[in-house]
Write a protein that binds this ligand. Structure first.
Ligand SMILES: Cc1cccc2c(=O)nc(N)[nH]c12
Length: 367
């Protein structure tokens, strides 16, 4: 255990942003279209979240940047008055739009909503995120999937670096009333030397913070672990480190151990809408027959502990809207409580013990 301790990079931090301080390590709920699905912003705030995600690609397409500009930004438009981190849109173009083409200039694509033609460039996504009023904006990057060849991975990396330079210049020129930070996104796919090259090139651009992109894109867990632990130490130590797209307890604990400060993922809210509840004994699929007459709550400490598993199962089997609302509220409460326990464990120098105890019980659970 002692040997293992020496490699533990878990750290406590606090990020000062235009809409208040954020305690780290932090899990950030995803609110793609200006809402964390199935919850009001007041409920997200009541759970205790200090930062949520929004998405440039979606909000640019609908309702349109100009509509949000009318209100002075996404905070005013959606009435969320804490921090917002927005992803740049590159990843969503690749995962959503039917046609897209990368050129030196940027990415051309057709809207997944109405097929209309659009183009995002490093400069245009900086401007869109300035209009949104993002407290942290992500630069336009080229995310690549697991299994591509090294030549393609290298081409994506060099485009990402060239675009990052253009984004950094555009972001610096955008500062004034707008005080949001810009984060670079390290790519390099699943090649160690490319990850090192990307981290080196982006570190030289001196962004306020850095994300590790291109992970949790379908690779096997052991590959995720390896490249997370390989890449995290390559990022500048004194700046926030963010891994995009992870949100399960096991992946979060591994990332915290690697010194990561920030995470986001749609998983906890998406699975909630399908009846999966997080618990200390693993995930509970409430639709399972075994809960049909179960009088117990999901968790006695949960904000939804007044509801029995039998009732929650009934809501999902009957297709009632209250089901996803309650499950989302529970899963986000679970993750917020989990992150609070992690921060306390780090403060008390017992993170590895906390990690092992949590996983021992969580992994043994019903799943
Ligand atoms: C949301 C997300 C998940 C996973 C990976 C990525 C990525 O590499 N780049 C961006 N911009 N976003 C990502």
């Amino acid at each position: 255990m002692k040997h293992r301790d020496e490699f533990c990079q878990a750290r406590r931090g606090e990020i000062q942003l235009p809409h208040g301080r954020v305690q780290t390590p932090v899990f950030m709920p995803v609110g793609t279209q200006g809402t964390v699905k199935a919850l009001s912003h007041q409920m997200v705030e009541d759970i205790g979240f200090e930062i949520i995600l929004g998405n440039t690609y979606h909000l640019y397409l609908r309702p349109g940047t100009e509509v949000i500009a009318d209100f002075g930004g996404l905070h005013e438009f959606s009435t969320w008055n804490r921090n917002i981190l927005t992803d740049s849109g590159g990843f969503q173009v690749f995962s959503l739009s039917p046609f897209r083409k990368i050129t030196d200039e940027g990415v051309q694509f057709r809207s997944h909503i109405d097929g209309s033609k659009h183009m995002l460039t490093p400069e245009s996504v900086v401007e869109i995120q300035r209009v949104l009023g993002s407290d942290i904006q992500m630069v336009l990057d080229v995310c690549t999937e697991h299994g591509i060849d090294k030549k393609s991975a290298h081409k994506a990396l060099t485009t990402t670096t060239r675009w990052a330079k253009r984004a950094k210049d555009a972001w610096q020129q955008s500062l004034g009333d707008y005080r949001g930070a810009a984060f670079g996104i390290v790519q390099g796919n699943f090649f160690e030397d490319l990850r090192a090259q990307s981290a080196q090139e982006l570190s030289e651009l001196d962004f306020p913070g850095y994300a590790i992109g291109g992970l949790s894109v379908g690779e096997p867990p052991e590959v995720f672990e390896h490249f997370l632990h390989y890449t995290a130490p390559l990022l500048p130590t004194g700046k926030p480190k963010y891994v995009m797209g992870i949100g399960t307890p096991d992946y979060i604990l591994s990332a915290v151990e690697a010194g990561i400060d920030m995470f986001d993922c749609v998983f906890p809210t998406r699975v909630a809408r399908n009846g999966y509840f997080f618990s200390r004994d693993g995930r509970i699929n409430i639709k399972n027959e075994r809960y049909r007459r179960d009088t117990q709550p999901i968790d006695l400490d949960s904000p939804i502990s007044m509801y029995s598993r039998a009732y929650l199962r009934h809501l999902f089997k009957a297709g009632e809207m209250l089901g996803p609302m309650l499950a989302t509220r529970h899963n986000l409460w679970f993750l917020h409580t989990f992150m609070t326990e992690i921060r306390t464990a780090i403060e008390e120098n017992r993170f590895l013990e906390y990690k092992n105890t949590f996983l021992e019980r969580y992994g043994r659970g019903m799943g």
